[in-house]
Structures are given as C-alpha cells and as structure tokens.
Design a protein. Structure first.
Length: 369
C-alpha cells in the first residue's frame, strides 16, 4: 500500500506518530509525508519515509493561500496516487480532506484539539462547520482524542457514524520511564510544559503562583515551551518578579520532569494533553483543568487534582491542596499515575488501532500486503 500523511508541522508526527510510521514501513508499505520540514527531515528519511516539503501558514485564513493549499494537495494526490490519505491538525484536515474527497481517494483524519475554532464569532464558527462538513464528506474514519470533541462534531452533523475515539496519541512507556521522585527540600516544584498562550490558562497559573508565594508558601514554577506573542509581556512580568522560571522550548523535557513534584496544566481546551501523559508515565502527579482532554489523564484525589478552568482561585486552591500532602503521599500519587498510564494509555494500543483502520480503509488486512 501507498499511504500519504499530511501534517502542518514535522513535530506533530515526530513526537506522536513515529511508532506508527515505523510499523507501516516495516509492514512493507510506501509511506509519504507532506509537511513543512526542519531539523527532523533526515530522521523521517532514515526510517524509510519519503518526504514532501509543503509550506503551511500556521495562523490566519487568507482565502487565496488556503485555495492554493487545496490545489497543492490535489496535485500531490494525483501525482503519487496513494491508496490512503491520513491527515492531522486543522488545515491538513480541512484542505487535505477536501483534496482527497475531490480526488476520490480514501482518507482518514485526526482531530487533535479544537483550539479556539468553535469559540469565536458566529460567522467564523459557521465557516468552520461548513469546511469540516465539506472536508469529511467521503471520509472513512474521523479520530478524536476525547468524547467532548466527538459529541460537538456529532451535534453539527459532521462525519456522523464515522467517529473513533482513542486514548490521544498514547504514551511511549519505554521512552518515558519512571523517574526518581525528587527529595523534599521544603519547596513544592511545579512544571508547566506547552505553548505559553492565553487558552492554556497561563495567566491564571502565573497569578495563582504569585499569590501563593506572596502568602509565604514555598512554591516554584518552571515553564518549558514556546511563548506566543500574546503572552510575552505577561511572561516577562512574572519572570522579572521571580514567580516564573522560564526555560524556552526544549527538545528533551525529562530533566525538568525529574526535578518537579507535579506537572500542571490549566488549559481551557485540549485534544488529549500529551504533556500530562508523559509526566504521569514518568511518575509525576497531575494538576489540571476539569475539561475533557485533561481529566482522562488523572484520577482526581488519587493521581492528581482537578480544578475549574479560567479561575485563578481554583488553580490556587488546587496547588495549595497539593502542597499540604506529605512527601510520601505525593510520591505514591506519582506511582499510581504511572500505573494508570500502563493500563490505559500504552501507545502500542493506539498504533494498532490506526493500523487496523488504515489497512481497512485502503483495502488491505493486517496479515497480507
């Protein structure tokens, strides 16, 4: 079989779909990847994938650029004649889906998260619903990482009967092994991993930590990830007053996880938070918003604490509750977090489900070429 993957950034497939790509290549399939490339191109080529460089603007919806992207995907599909097209992230899902549908090639898509697409004004929301309906008109399967997103699409009549819910991208339990729990030195060390942006709740997080520190609680917050323009001034303020230790984007976050007592994510919406899965797999408790995409990753009061999103007071209360736990109770919560990942989020299970659907969509079974 020939399988064309379409993504908006090489990081998406590099971090969350490498195991799937390798298995498909090892099964004797020809795997092509269309996406913008940077430092990871050689890696994809080294595992046997053919790389097709495609430029995508991450933000904005310039009609001429979007139309040219659809035409580009159509040319790719006609040139390479894939048996199956698999798309990830919003623009590839929309425009890759429209192209595959137009070319009458079987295709599947994955909704990794809704972002703010359905929270904007009515006109934009209607446009997104129209585009998703058009893009999924002949889709074979539409993967979701949580029930909320699936139910939302169902309510709009998008790809009804074609939804498949999986445990996010799963977590590679071999790569993310249990890390020794840090000693108790009197300071509760929290870690935020992800883009610093308003929708991730960083304003509430910074404010909450600042209030706790002003009250005399020994709490530290480390942040790892790109900072969006909208949050640069906010970040500078809280770095300057000592509330936040900012480390920028890091290729390997495990040294930061190893030093923390818990990972925190006060997000407004998620597909399924990979940072929380990886932290839990490493033996760390989770503090996160009570939203789908986060609540699946922890058992409240057992492997972490949940709190209401968009509320500084809720974040503050959850952190304070965690600080009141004994060191041994925190370590035990981290141990239970790892056990939960082993039972519910093994990436191998997710990979096998994708393989099954890809082969069924392309008319091949798992046993034969």
């Amino acid at each position: 079989m020939k399988i064309l993957f379409i993504s908006n950034h090489e990081v998406t497939l590099y971090y969350f779909r490498t195991e799937l790509l390798k298995k498909l290549v090892d099964d004797g399939n020809e795997v092509l990847i269309s996406q913008p490339y940077g430092e990871h191109r050689e890696f994809f080529e080294s595992i046997g994938c053919k790389c097709i460089d495609t430029s995508i603007t991450q933000y904005g919806m310039n009609p001429l650029k979007e139309l040219s992207l659809v035409k580009h995907y159509k040319r790719l599909i006609k040139e390479h004649s894939p048996d199956v097209v698999a798309t990830y992230t919003i623009k590839p899902n929309l425009y890759g889906g429209i192209a595959a549908c137009s070319c009458k090639v079987p295709y599947i898509s994955t909704i990794t998260g809704l972002g703010g697409a359905f929270e904007k004004g009515n006109l934009f929301k209607r446009l997104m619903i129209f585009l998703y309906k058009r893009a999924t008109k002949r889709i074979s399967a539409l993967f979701f990482q949580n029930r909320t997103a699936s139910d939302l699409f169902d309510s709009f009549g998008i790809a009804k009967g074609k939804h498949i819910i999986v445990s996010g991208s799963g977590v590679n339990l071999e790569k993310h092994r249990v890390l020794p729990y840090p000693e108790d030195d009197g300071t509760t060390r929290l870690l935020y991993i992800g883009r610093l942006m308003n929708d991730k709740g960083v304003r509430e997080l910074f404010e909450a930590v600042g209030k706790l520190k002003s009250r005399g609680l020994e709490v530290s917050l480390d942040c790892v990830g790109w900072c969006e323009e909208e949050c640069k001034e906010l970040l500078e303020k809280y770095v300057a007053d000592g509330t936040v230790n900012y480390h920028g984007w890091q290729e390997d976050v495990s040294p930061f996880i190893e030093k923390c007592h818990a990972v925190i994510l006060p997000s407004y919406h998620e597909g399924l938070a990979n940072a929380l899965l990886e932290a839990a797999a490493s033996g760390r408790p989770v503090l996160a918003s009570n939203i789908h995409g986060c609540i699946e990753t922890f058992d409240d009061g057992v492997t972490g604490f949940g709190f209401e999103p968009r509320s500084t007071e809720a974040v503050e209360s959850a952190i304070e509750a965690f600080t009141r736990l004994s060191h041994s109770d925190r370590a035990a919560a981290g141990k239970r977090a790892r056990e939960k990942m082993e039972k519910e989020f093994d990436r191998n299970t997710v990979v096998e489900k994708y393989k099954e659907v890809i082969y069924k969509t392309g008319g091949r079974n798992n046993e034969s070429l």
